[in-house]
Design a protein around this ligand. Structure first.
Ligand code: FAD
Ligand code: AMP
Length: 478
């Protein structure tokens, strides 16, 4: 029957669209439902990541990085550039073009793989029936053998700073400022706050980041976050730790923000304010009360290690379930679930998911931090190597940062790789492979790395784990 499918996916972000393509590739009759309608009235595919997340933010980070490099980074090479100007509208148009190209590409991939696309809002009902409410208000009911819930997440807003879409905005608004704000406030020094703060700071904005926690990037290895904090501060990002925002008041076209730190109550006035205090799972109006799917205490859909919900045949993946809110984590869960539905054995390694922060330089890591190993009582060895001692980093004028590797003291197994430095996002894949293949530090030590490359810092850090680094004096004699 036309309205019966073996797999129905709700949500076409990187979790949902990957799950749908994989299910179709495995021979399942698959449909995907998406409710996101662009300003032009057309449905857009690819979710937060492609429309207002990973991709547009990286487009702006690239443009702003090139502008900053042209302004401040060329003199050292002997290149004299007289006047560097930024056309913000052209930068935004380039970003929008990339988003258009990629979201259209997803629509093409879904079609090319034989996935039926349904435009509207999906709601899971009892017995794996799904209602699709179309934009014209009509409702189509479809019957699914299996349902994959992939509704993603939305930005968290906080009462002290209600969004007005113009001066006080969320991450989406911060991708669209028509001109560089003179003074920009960012609430939250998490990944999104740091990335978007960096974009506008590089373009000339005076950026103040207000972060409630006393610790900078608490999830990262301390050696790396300390290094990064120093570098970002030197770059001009004014990061105030222990500063909890408690209120805001409009002052003409500006906003006055009140925050509390160890010295008491303070205020700052900004031209624009970005609220980047995290994201929450989105389930409103997506699950009927009798559908049987349960949420956990934080509002995420409750799932087991293989993304099974409390209803047999209903799975949930991506930002709407526990775990890091990362595109690649959702995509891998999508592949796993499609495989399980097709009757294959599939499991995901949640211990080898890379984290990246696309600042300059970048921060990237995989596996355990030193602080986590200490807390878990694991005996470990540690080796670090600075980019300043790497020839290629000197040639690229990219000497900030280091690679740090942690290995089990008894088995030598690599437990974590932490990088602060240029191209860390690419280099961390070496750590992911090391963790996936259960490599020892010795495996990395015995590997031949091309010279001159930034990745030589990975090799040297692995050697340093056993005090065998060549291009620095080791802490201990062997
Ligand atoms: P989403 O991408 O949120 O997609 C969910 C989709 O489901 C949406 O299209 C929504 O419209 C649709 N939907 C919801 N409910 C329904 C319904 N009932 N019916 C039909 N459709 C529905 N992650 C990274 O890994 N790397 C990055 O560099 C990165 N940068 C980011 C930068 C920013 C500014 C932001 C905001 C996020 C960033 N992220 C990044 C996070 C990443 O975007 C998310 O982790 C990822 O998009 C989650 O994928 P998802 O498929 O679970 O959900
Ligand atoms: P993330 O969840 O990684 O996106 O980071 C969001 C950050 O916002 C966290 O580090 C929070 O501590 C921070 N945060 C949340 N609420 C406030 C607030 N009222 N004032 C300042 N920072 C906040």
């Amino acid at each position: 029957m036309a309205n019966q499918f073996e797999v129905v996916v709700i949500g076409s972000g990187p979790a949902g669209y990957v799950a749908a393509i994989k299910a179709a590739q495995l021979g399942k009759k698959t449909a995907i439902i998406e409710k996101w309608v662009k300003k032009d009235g057309k449905t857009t595919w690819g979710g937060t990541c492609l429309n207002v997340g990973c991709i547009p933010s990286k487009a702006l980070l690239q443009s702003s990085e090139m502008y900053a490099e042209a302004n401040h980074g060329l003199d050292i090479h002997g290149i004299d550039v007289k006047s560097v100007k930024m056309d913000v509208s052209k930068m935004l148009a380039r970003k929008d073009g990339i988003v258009d190209q990629l979201t259209t590409g997803i629509a093409g991939l879904l079609k090319g793989n034989g996935v039926t696309t349904l435009e509207g809002k999906g709601e899971l009902k009892a017995n794996k029936m799904v209602d699709v409410t179309k934009n014209d208000g009509s409702v189509e009911t479809i019957q699914a053998e299996n349902v994959i819930l992939a509704m993603g997440s939305v930005p968290v807003d906080i009462p002290p700073t209600p969004l007005d879409g113009s001066v006080i905005v969320d991450s989406t608004g911060a991708l669209e400022f028509p001109e560089v704000p003179k003074r920009l406030g960012v609430i939250g020094a998490g990944v999104i706050g740091l990335e978007l703060g960096s974009v506008w700071s590089r373009l000339g904005s005076e950026v103040v980041v207000l972060e409630a926690m006393e610790t900078f990037l608490a999830a990262a290895d301390k050696a790396i976050s300390k290094d990064a904090f120093k570098t970002f501060t030197k770059q001009g990002l004014d990061i105030r730790l222990g500063a909890r925002v408690t209120g805001s008041k409009m002052k003409g076209k500006k906003v006055e923000v009140t925050f509390q730190d160890s010295e008491g109550e303070k205020t700052e006035v900004f031209d624009k304010l970005v609220v980047a205090v995290g994201r929450r799972p989105y389930t409103e109006g997506c699950l009927s009360t009798d559908c049987g799917v349960k949420l956990d205490e934080r509002g995420f859909i409750f799932v087991d290690d293989q993304c099974r919900t409390t209803v047999p045949g209903v799975y949930a993946i991506g930002d709407v379930v526990r775990g890091p809110m990362l595109a690649h984590k959702g995509s891998e869960e999508g592949i796993m679930v499609a495989e399980i539905i097709a009757g294959h054995n599939a499991q995901m390694n949640y211990d080898a998911i890379p984290n990246v922060i696309y600042t300059h330089p970048e921060i990237a890591w995989v596996g355990k931090t030193e602080e986590e190993l200490k807390a878990d009582g694991v005996e470990y060895k540690s080796g670090a190597f600075p980019f300043a001692a790497i020839g290629r980093a000197q040639a690229a004028n990219a000497t900030d940062g280091q690679v740090k590797i942690l290995a089990d003291a008894k088995t030598d197994r690599v437990l974590g790789m932490h990088i602060f430095g240029m191209n860390a996002s690419e280099m961390v894949a070496q750590g992911v492979i090391a963790l996936e293949f259960a490599s020892s530090a010795e495996d990395l030590q015995l590997t031949c790395f091309a010279h001159p490359t930034l990745s030589e810092a990975v090799h040297e850090a692995a050697l340093a784990v056993d005090n065998m680094a060549i291009h620095k004096v080791n802490r201990k004699k062997r």
